[in-house]
Design a protein around this ligand. Sequence first.
Ligand code: UDP
Length: 253
Amino acid sequence: FHKLLIIVTPTHDRPFQAYYMNRLAHTLRLIPPPLLWIVVDMGSQSAETADILRRNGGILYRHLVCYKNLTGIKDRGVHQRNAALSHIETHHLDGIVYFADDDNIYSVDLFEQMRKIRRFGTWAVAKLMESNRRAHIQGPICNGTQVIGWHSNQVTRRFQRFHAEMSGFAFNSTILWDPKRWHRPTLEPIRQFDTLNGRFQASSFIEQVVEDESQMECLPQDYSRIVVWHLHFESSYSYPPEWVMKNNLDVIA
Ligand code: UDP
């Protein structure tokens, strides 16, 4: 018996979209079922996204659309993740929920490990900073399966309680509609991601799902390994400034 994995991906139209979405589809294709890929567009179902999903090689998916007036750049992806959360809650989809952005690179093992999560699992993400091109790690410091601290920086330390990246945690979906069973910190309905929190949304979401680190599980068990990379390929550092791409790259499967 395999636990259902519910992979939530907000996506949008841009030159690398086909490359990113095909790459993620290729990773997800390697994961044994059951897996449901919830892909969320903003405003309308884009033909590009629909086409990639149709040709994804057999992954079970739902293509949702989120309708919301965007008020600022900080809203990027936020309402789309919320639309997916509402969908999971309304339909009581019982599984492990993971927010997998389309532009990250994921190790296949991560998804297998996620199935072991009871309540809330977290792991470190390797990031390449756009500002100074330095690599750094964000996420838990682990001792076996225990979270004993966090990789953080001066800014995040001041403003947030938990230093997990958006793509550095996953949780049991039943927490969304069954707070008593999980002794959730609050019995109020979970406030979804909040654009007011800007870069610190992940932490304010996690604070409603767990009380403290004792309710978290570290993944992977071999915790020295990195399983997610966030590299910002599109940043001006990766390509000479005179390289301009106007159209989406078409990736023929
Ligand atoms: N995203 C989106 N609409 C936007 C901006 C971002 O759907 O206007 C999605 C994007 O496709 C990705 C996720 O949100 O899946 C995170 O985007 P990005 O990596 O650009 O944000 P960052 O993590 O760098 O803040």
